[in-house]
Design a binder for this molecule. Sequence first.
Ligand code: NCD
Length: 331
Amino acid sequence: MKHLLSTADLSHSEAVLILDTTAQMAATQAREVKKLPTLRGRTVVNLFFEDSTRTRISFETAAKRLSADVINFSAKGSSVSKGESLKDTALTLKAMGADAVVIRHQASGAPYTLAHAGWLDAPVINAGDGTHQHPTQALLDAFTIRRHLVSDSVGADLRGLKIVIVGDVLHSRVARANVHLLHTLGAHVTLVAPPTLLPVSVETWPCDVSYHLDQTIDEVQPDAIMMLRVQRERMSSAGGGFFPSPLEYTRLYGLDGRRMDRLPPHAIILHPGPMNRGLEISAEAADSPRSVIVEQVSNGVAVRMAVLYLLLTGDHSEATQHPSTPAKEIQ
Ligand code: NCD
């Protein structure tokens, strides 16, 4: 694993290794002194071409907790054309001696270009590209689900779990990243959305698809339900004709107290944030004891520490066979 560009590239053992390493990192984050010396002298560049609050802060915190130097490069508003600006930026980063580059970009595929165009030798981590992928979000979701519903023991995956993902799948890199990763980890995924918010290619994804939320909850009896944000900024106007009205959307696809009561008692609620409270999720559901939304944010730091650690400290073929190895190294 040289880069982290898409969850579709991760094998089962790589995905489990990242989750196991995340558990080790999370344990260090419960200590009074949270900082580890592991990446001292290394430079991590955060290259954000698109708005972000929690993902950028989370990557920055993760790199700092591992003692790396962090450079935040906010490229939003650049008027240079996409290809040129990426190439020039990559050459600058190379000249500055970046050891890893975290990139968020509005164009699907930009991290792939950065990783494979030959401009840069450093590992590239995709922090969200267009509507394509957001691998660290899916990994933190999987980690949160594993911790709650399976266990933190080494090697655990999500075999047999039923996960329902609801909402604006069309514009969601989180949904794409999750469908692939959850499938690789052995979970069964059902997507629920209005037909207008599903991509044409969804038939080729490793999951089931439904247009009816209540029926799906009753039939699937999910162990976890993940609500997606309605991404109004990617729609031409308020609802962009994707649904008749916000009220109608909430009535058919929102998670409120009534729907929450139909879930199995052990089921947990996830949302990647930022939430549109009152649209895809009610305050009652978001703030209920079943909600793990705040925990997702703190697990995000541990996941990003794990990914930076694995990509920057070299060959982990041995660690893949003996997953306890990273634990020894980071203690
Ligand atoms: C997601 C994103 O940016 O793709 N948010 C995040 O990373 N926390 C989901 C979203 O914006 O809805």
